[in-house]
Write a protein that binds this ligand. Structure first.
Ligand SMILES: [Cu+2]
Length: 152
């Protein structure tokens, strides 16, 4: 067992030095896209964090673009709720997120032009692994997705 570890420690070094040359260094600072299909596949969500990345312990907002997975068309007449938790710590955010109702008429019917839904009042008060949940109620039924986001 010990000899195997020594072998791995010694033998692994020469090839890895060639692969870790700093040729692809711009990648870590580039914000990665957050989104994908909801759990039942009823919707596609694409999230934009503003600002991105969100500064620690500062308010930020989330814009969710909601589209039909079959046609790719934006869905303006749904309800989208965004929240976030730290599952490994068993807690959520210290703020209450506020979902923008969109543009509402006198009868209380609201639409979201271009299928874009805003949620303000988001705050990551700790660095680490967050889960951003997106709950959708719309023309294709109720669905949700939970997206991992790590705040460094
Ligand atoms: Cu935490």
């Amino acid at each position: 067992m010990l000899s195997l570890l020594l072998l791995l420690a010694c033998g692994g070094a020469p090839p890895s030095t060639t692969t870790t040359t700093p040729t692809a260094s711009p990648e870590p600072s580039a914000p990665k896209a957050l989104g994908g299909p909801t759990q039942r596949g009823a919707y596609i969500v694409a999230l934009e964090l503003v600002p991105n990345p969100p500064p620690l312990s500062e308010l930020f907002e989330v814009k969710v673009k909601l589209t039909d997975p079959q046609t790719g068309a934006p869905i303006p007449d749904a309800t989208v709720s965004v929240d976030a938790q730290m599952p490994q710590h068993g807690h959520g955010m210290s703020t209450d997120p506020i979902d923008d109702p969109g543009q509402c008429d006198a009868a209380g019917v609201c639409t979201h032009p271009d299928g874009v839904y805003r949620t303000t009042g988001m705050k990551f008060h700790m660095p680490g692994k967050w889960s951003v949940s997106v709950d959708v109620v719309g023309p294709r039924g109720t669905d949700r997705v939970v997206l991992p986001y790590e705040l460094l």
